[in-house]
Ligand binder design. Structure first.
Ligand code: ASP
Length: 336
């Protein structure tokens, strides 16, 4: 019998390594992500009963490199419905593959319309592995979601006892358990034995303060990322993307957002041909901001501030669903 005085937490299960299954306990890199059901993940961790009344909904069961915009919408809609209909739900946890967890988290950070906690969790080792990290990560995510102190902080990502803000979190290591961090800005808090302990609040607009309402947004505009490297053929790639109907392109440019002469000429060509593609400059460098600068601003290119290319893409998709006005897009990139 679960203790009815405990907070209620809903786990939405989407797959990933946390639900992965391998041939043996030593199958650490060869396994099938998204094998076990959310019910099985929760049933395997009876310790959860100490912290919350947990119920599970299966949203999908995929490796997160196959995550889709349709699943993003399903998650956002379901979270909004749960919170709108049920004042008793203290928090929502989403189990997710780590490969794209940061993109899903940022999308939800911009589109969920409630201030109650939404916590994404994954694992670096499959559920069948020796020293699987999923079970404790799940307990810590549920504790974070159940904690009133998590309210109003936007969407959170919890792994390895650390709580990260959706906007800042990124995966930094392919296999090690210590992989998620928020760069030089740092994470928000710890999940330790005694409590969920926070030290800071995210400053940028999210959830209840976001202007992005999925009810008014149809199909998300196509936006792609073009990765810069020495002598990369930006013109070929950009033209192919434009032919495929892309509305926005995010450059993962070198350094502090320096586009090469070839990339700049590609943007100038696009303007000359009146293709109306919106270009954003972000950087392949892990930390620091990309600032506006006249030679690029004059071409209508938008600076991504310190958003990673993959997060700038999420923001640009939502922004382009509302406006193509460059001044407005610059405001959006400075506020989110
Ligand atoms: N391939 C896995 C995924 O679904 C990786 C993981 O979950 O860690 O993203």
């Amino acid at each position: 019998m679960s203790d009815t005085s405990l907070p209620r937490v809903i786990v939405l299960s989407t797959g990933g390594t946390i639900a992965g299954s391998g041939k043996s306990s030593m199958s650490l890199s060869e396994y099938k992500a998204g094998s076990l059901k959310g019910e099985q993940l929760v049933a395997a961790v009876p310790e959860l009963e100490q912290f919350a009344r947990v119920s599970v909904e299966q949203v999908g069961n995929i490796g997160s490199s196959n995550m889709t915009f349709a699943v993003w919408r399903t998650l956002a809609d379901r979270i909004d419905a749960l919170y709108a209909q049920d004042a008793d739900v203290a928090g929502v946890v989403i189990t997710h593959g780590t490969s794209t967890i940061e993109e899903t988290a940022y999308f939800l950070n911009l589109t969920v319309r409630h201030d109650r906690p939404v916590v994404l969790v994954g694992a670096q080792r499959p559920a069948t592995a020796l020293s699987a990290d999923g079970p404790l990560n799940l307990v810590n995510a549920v504790r974070t979601a159940a904690s009133a102190s998590s309210r109003g902080r936007g969407v959170l990502v919890v792994l390895n006892d650390e709580i990260n803000a959706a906007r800042d979190v990124t995966k930094s290591n392919t296999f090690r358990a210590e992989t998620f961090g928020s760069g030089e800005l740092g994470f928000l808090g710890y999940v330790d034995q005694d409590k969920v302990a926070y030290y800071r609040m995210p400053e940028k607009r999210h959830t209840t303060k976001s202007e992005f309402d999925l009810q008014t947004i149809g199909k998300l505009p196509a936006v792609e990322i073009v990765y810069s490297a020495v002598e990369s053929n930006a013109d070929v790639i950009v033209e192919a993307l434009q032919q495929s109907g892309v509305r926005g392109i995010v450059f993962a440019s070198t350094g502090a957002g320096s586009l090469s002469d070839r990339e700049k000429a590609t943007v100038q060509q696009s303007i000359k041909r009146k293709l109306n593609t919106v270009f954003v400059r972000s950087t392949r460098v892990a930390n620091g901001r990309v600032l506006g600068r006249p030679d690029f601003d004059d071409l209508g290119i938008v600076a991504a501030d310190n958003l990673s290319p993959q997060k700038a893409r999420v923001l640009l998709m939502l922004a382009l669903a509302r406006t193509s006005d460059v001044k407005e897009l610059r405001r959006i990139f400075s506020e989110y």
